[in-house]
Design a binder for this molecule. Structure first.
Ligand code: SF4
Length: 472
C-alpha cells in the first residue's frame, strides 16, 4: 500500500464529521434500494439481474459487432461517431471542434467518463470554460475536488460547507437553507445554459440497434445540456453498449432502484442524432465519442472482463463496509468503492496502487447488490494474485540487480576476484558436475530456487586462468 493511500485512509477515519456524513448518506441510499427490490416490491428482481448479466455478457463478448452497428445506426440519423484511445484523444477532438466553431463556453452533465480523462482540466488549460450543471458536480467543481461517490458526488459536504463554497467562489451572501442554495445554483447555471456553445454529456446506455444515447437523471440539467447548445458531444466508454432498446426494460428497472432507490429516475432521454427538420429543439451537430482508455485490455481475460458489465449504479459503494469507512477520496482514482477497486488496477495497471485490491474484506456484499451480478470478490482475488506475482518479479529483479552490482565491484578488484575464484573452486562439487545446480539446499530456496532453476555454470576447472597464465 502506498504512503498516500494509507495517509488518506487514516485522515478519513480520524474525521468524525466525515464518518457520520458517509455513513448517513450511504445508509439512506442502501435502505431505499432494499425497499424497492424487496420481493413484494419487485418479485422478479433476481430474474432481472440474471437477464441483465446475460445481456451484458453477450454484448461484451460481441463488442466489435455492436460498436459497428451503433456507428451505422447513429450515422444514418446524421450523428457522427469518434473513437478515442485515451483522454488526450478525447480532449484533442473537443478542442479542435471548439476552435473550428469558435466555441468558448461548454456546459456539462454528470459523467464519470469525462472525470476519468480529466476533461475539464484539459479544456480549461486551453482557455475554454467548462461548467458542471448537475448540482452535486457543480458543488465539487467549485470545491475543486473530484466526485466522492459515483451517483452522489458531493456526499461528503454538509450544507454549511456548501454555504461557505458559494460565498467564496460565487461572491454571494452566506446561505445555509438547502432550497435556497439550489435556487442559487439554478440561477447561475441558467445563464450558462443560455450562453453555452457546446453541451457535453456522458451516456448511461448506447443502443446499438437504434444508435441512441440513453441518459437518466433527476434534475433536468441533462435535457438542457443536450438540447440548448448548438453542438452536443456524448462521451461514453465502449462498454456502455446494449444491443436493443427492448433491453432497457431490464436495465432501467434495475438502475434507478439500485442507485437511488427510485422506481425510475425522473427523466429518461433517448438521443439519436441532431435536430431534424420540423423539430423545435436539439443541437445542429451531434457526436458520440467512444472511449477505450484501457477497456479493450480487459477483453481477452475471461474472468476479469465481467468488470465491463458495470452500469455505474453505485450500489456496491453503499453496501461496502470498507467504502463506508474510508470514503471516496481515499481511493487513488476517480472510481471508488468495490467497482473502483476492480477497474482502477485493470485500466491503470496494478502498480498504480498495489494495495487497492487488498482494501476489501471480501464479505461479498458488493456482488449481492450488483444489478448485473459482477462477481467482484472473485475479480479482487485474481487482481491480488496479479499484484503478488508482479511484486515477486520485482523482488527477483531487485536481487538480481544487487547480485550483478556486487559482481561488477568484484571484477574491478583483481586480488579479491582471484581470492573469490579460489574459494568458489574449493567448494565446487568434487564430481565435476554443474556448479550452481549443486548449490546446497539451504541456499536453494525462495526466490533463489526459481533463479537457479534457469541458470548453471560449467564445472570448476582444476586451475584458474590466472594460475595457468603465471605458470607459463
Ligand atoms: S459494480 Fe455493480 S453495483 Fe457496483 S456500480 Fe457497477 S453495476 Fe453498480
Amino acid at each position: 500500500m502506498s504512503v498516500e493511500f494509507d495517509r488518506k485512509i487514516h485522515n478519513t477515519l480520524a474525521d468524525a464529521n466525515l464518518q457520520l456524513a458517509i455513513y448517513t448518506a450511504t445508509g439512506r441510499l442502501k435502505d431505499k434500494r432494499i425497499e424497492t427490490v424487496a420481493p413484494d416490491a419487485l418479485p422478479d428482481y433476481q430474474e432481472l439481474r440474471t437477464q441483465a448479466n446475460a445481456v451484458k455478457k453477450h454484448t461484451i463478448e460481441n463488442l466489435d459487432y455492436y460498436l459497428e452497428e451503433f456507428q451505422r445506426s447513429l450515422e444514418a440519423h446524421g450523428g457522427k461517431v469518434v473513437y478515442a484511445k485515451d483522454g488526450t484523444e478525447v480532449a484533442d477532438f473537443v478542442l479542435a471542434l471548439a476552435k473550428d466553431r469558435g466555441a468558448r463556453l461548454i456546459v456539462k452533465s454528470k459523467s464519470m467518463t469525462t472525470e476519468e480523462v480529466d476533461l475539464n482540466e484539459r479544456l480549461e488549460d486551453q482557455g475554454l470554460e467548462a461548467v458542471e450543471t448537475d448540482l452535486g458536480e457543480f458543488i465539487v467543481q467549485l470545491a475543486r475536488e473530484r466526485p466522492y461517490h459515483i451517483v452522489a458526488p458531493a456526499l461528503h459536504l454538509t450544507r454549511y460547507d456548501v454555504a461557505d463554497l458559494f460565498t467564496k467562489r460565487l461572491n454571494l451572501p452566506r446561505e445555509t437553507v438547502i432550497e435556497k442554495q439550489t435556487a442559487i445554483a439554478r440561477s447561475v447555471l441558467r445563464q450558462k445554459f443560455l450562453a453555452a456553445d457546446i453541451g457535453i454529456s456522458g451516456a448511461n446506455f448506447l443502443v446499438a440497434g437504434s444508435g441512441a444515447v440513453v441518459l437518466v437523471e433527476n434534475e433536468g440539467n441533462i435535457r438542457l445540456t443536450t438540447s440548448a447548445p448548438k453542438i452536443h458531444i456524448a462521451i461514453a466508454g465502449i462498454e456502455k453498449m446494449i444491443p436493443r432498446a427492448q433491453d432497457l426494460a431490464v436495465f432501467l428497472k434495475l438502475l434507478g432502484r439500485s442507485g437511488t432507490g427510485q422506481l425510475l429516475t425522473v427523466y429518461t432521454s433517448f438521443l439519436s442524432g441532431p435536430r431534424r427538420s420540423g423539430e423545435t429543439d436539439g443541437p445542429d451537430e451531434f457526436y458520440v465519442v467512444l472511449l477505450d482508455n484501457g477497456r479493450t485490455r480487459l477483453l481477452p481475460d475471461r474472468g476479469k472482463r465481467q468488470s465491463l458489465y458495470c452500469i455505474r449504479c453505485g450500489a456496491c459503494l453503499n453496501a461496502c463496509p470498507v467504502y463506508r469507512k474510508i470514503g471516496g477520496h481515499s481511493f487513488p482514482w476517480v472510481y471508488s468503492g468495490p467497482i473502483g477497486a476492480i477497474i482502477t488496477p485493470q485500466f491503470m495497471g496494478v502498480s498504480h496502487e498495489p494495495g487497492l485490491p487488498f482494501a476489501s474484506s471480501l464479505c461479498g456484499a458488493c456482488s449481492e447488490v450488483c444489478p448485473v451480478k459482477i462477481d467482484i470478490p472473485k475479480v479482487l482475488l485474481e487482481l491480488r494474485s496479479d499484484v503478488t506475482k508482479a511484486e515477486a518479479r520485482d523482488q527477483r529483479n531487485r536481487l538480481e540487480r544487487l547480485a550483478f552490482r556486487a559482481f561488477a565491484w568484484l571484477m574491478t578488484h583483481p586480488r579479491l576476484y582471484e581470492m573469490a575464484g579460489r574459494m568458489a573452486a574449493s567448494v565446487a562439487p568434487p564430481d565435476g558436475s554443474g556448479w550452481i545446480r549443486g548449490v546446497p539446499a539451504p541456499m536453494n530456496i525462495g526466490p533463489l530456487r526459481a533463479w537457479l532453476s534457469q541458470r548453471d555454470l560449467p564445472p570448476a576447472p582444476a586451475r584458474s586462468f590466472r594460475e595457468m597464465w603465471r605458470r607459463r
